[in-house]
Write a protein that binds this ligand. Sequence first.
Ligand SMILES: Nc1ncnc2c1ncn2[C@@H]1O[C@H](COP(=O)(O)OP(=O)(O)O)[C@@H](O)[C@H]1O
Ligand SMILES: [Mg+2]
Length: 286
Amino acid sequence: MSFEVGTKCWYPHKEQGWIGGEVTKNDFFEGTFHLELKLEDGETVSIETNSFENDDDHPTLPVLRNPPILESTDDLTTLSYLNEPAVLHAIKKRYMNGQIYTYSGIVLIAANPFDKVDHLYSREMIQNYSSKRKDELEPHLFAIAEEAYRFMVHEKANQTVVVSGESGAGKTVSAKYIMRYFASVQESNNREGEVEMSQIESQILATNPIMEAFGNAKTTRNDNSSRFGKYLQILFDENTTIRGSKIRTYLLEKSRLVYQPETERNYHIFYQILEGLSEKIVTNLN
Ligand SMILES: Nc1ncnc2c1ncn2[C@@H]1O[C@H](COP(=O)(O)OP(=O)(O)O)[C@@H](O)[C@H]1O
Ligand SMILES: [Mg+2]
């Protein structure tokens, strides 16, 4: 690595994680490099090191920063410097701009919007992404769903979409939008413009509230946390019409039925049943 004067870089920061900076001095004497950085918050940092290799024996060296034009790229694999601050900065910059999706090659990174973003999943959006290649439009869940759908049709092979992330990241919501896309897209391909679901497709989507009543509960991290894993299969026939679906569930958190931490709740169904009971029965239960 070289740190010529004027080089833009990232430096670790206690609160922000990383902060931008610029090399203002780069001297070498008595076998030691002397590096000076001016950080974006006005602070100056001096680093003395006998090597520009980053390892445990040396003080933390700055990390190189990408040119501004690359910084909010829609695909992280196009970054010249692919390092932790570059990835975080790109996702953050896009997020601030209302763009919750970013590609990292074939992977889609989804940041939880913590806001209503219904416009992202409108019928128009489904139509926009239908029959388009992934690189033609902004990164989107629908582009991933469309790709799986297209591969299934052309390759005549089963396709899998893997959704992963920490609790509250948006896995359940994302899986639902993917299902919605499959249920709607073929109709919009068949008939000009109109997006309408068949009975079987709306039935598949209607299983969600029931699954969630029995398998989801409020936790400290997510008001609608799925307390079970599920493997969902959507079955298409040779005309790519949805014929049915299969759900395999595993690892339901059964202990929640008898014990919930202070700030958490039992499964939704528990409160839904109570809500539907007559006052007399509820009084007796107390
Ligand atoms: N794409 C999204 N659009 C709108 N809200 C979202 C989105 N992703 C996540 N959320 C919000 O975050 C909450 C938690 O998401 P969820 O999918 O249940 O997380 P996970 O299944 O990963 O634990 C949702 O109830 C919703 O309020
Ligand atoms: Mg979930």
